[in-house]
Design a protein around this ligand. Structure first.
Ligand SMILES: Cc1cc2nc3c(=O)[nH]c(=O)nc-3n(C[C@H](O)[C@H](O)[C@H](O)COP(=O)(O)OP(=O)(O)OC[C@H]3O[C@@H](n4cnc5c(N)ncnc54)[C@H](O)[C@@H]3O)c2cc1C
Length: 157
């Protein structure tokens, strides 16, 4: 049985996720995109993965940097998610951010962040699965932004 892309999107969208912005800085040019394919892989060693479209500008940015930061978005950051999912040329000007210990952009107001060094990259269909070793991280008490069935949503009380 073959599965159409639209059907795959409809059914996979039933799986609720958080929303992250994956950023990378190589030299002076930062890149970033909205990503919900983030997953925690292993605790010891600490590994995560993200799946990045080979067509995204950020794909080459992450490869060149050899690492990335995962910014876990919080309630109230839907505008940030929309910005980083857009084709905007410059997604960082006017946005409050600071460098992570590894030098990748950390956005203000998130609920968590992780600095990652790429330790493996696997081609998978239209995407590359980057496995990152976590080198620094932190979290706050802010509640998360969620994504479900193609819409941004929040945790119910
Ligand atoms: C909730 C959510 C989760 C997401 N999760 C993921 C994820 O896990 N992995 C992932 O790879 N993406 C994901 N995306 C999509 C991603 O955020 C966007 O594709 C984003 O625009 C990529 O940013 P970029 O700057 O890297 O690439 P961009 O340069 O913005 O390119 C993005 C896409 O647009 C095309 N494009 C670029 N310029 C033009 C143009 N001038 N005209 C027409 N098309 C153009 C590119 O070929 C590419 O396919 C997600 C989006 C949302 C909303």
């Amino acid at each position: 049985m073959s599965v159409a892309g639209a059907e795959m999107r409809r059914v996979a969208g039933a799986f609720a996720t958080g929303v992250t912005v994956v950023t990378a800085a190589h030299g002076v040019v930062p890149c970033g995109l909205t990503v919900n394919s983030f997953a925690s892989v292993s605790l010891e060693p600490p590994l995560v993965l993200v799946c990045i479209s080979r067509r995204a500008r950020a794909h080459s940015g992450i490869e060149a940097a050899g690492g990335f930061a995962v910014n876990v978005l919080a309630e109230g950051q839907e505008g940030v998610a929309r910005l980083f999912a857009s084709l905007a040329e410059d997604k960082f000007t006017g946005l409050d951010h600071r460098p992570s210990p590894a030098g990748h952009p950390l956005l203000a107001g998130t609920c968590a962040w992780l600095d990652c060094e790429v330790v493996a990259s696997h081609a998978a269909g239209t995407h590359t699965i980057h496995v990152g070793r976590v080198t620094a991280l932190d979290t706050t008490a802010r509640p998360p932004l969620l994504f479900h069935r193609g819409r941004y949503t929040l945790l119910a009380e």
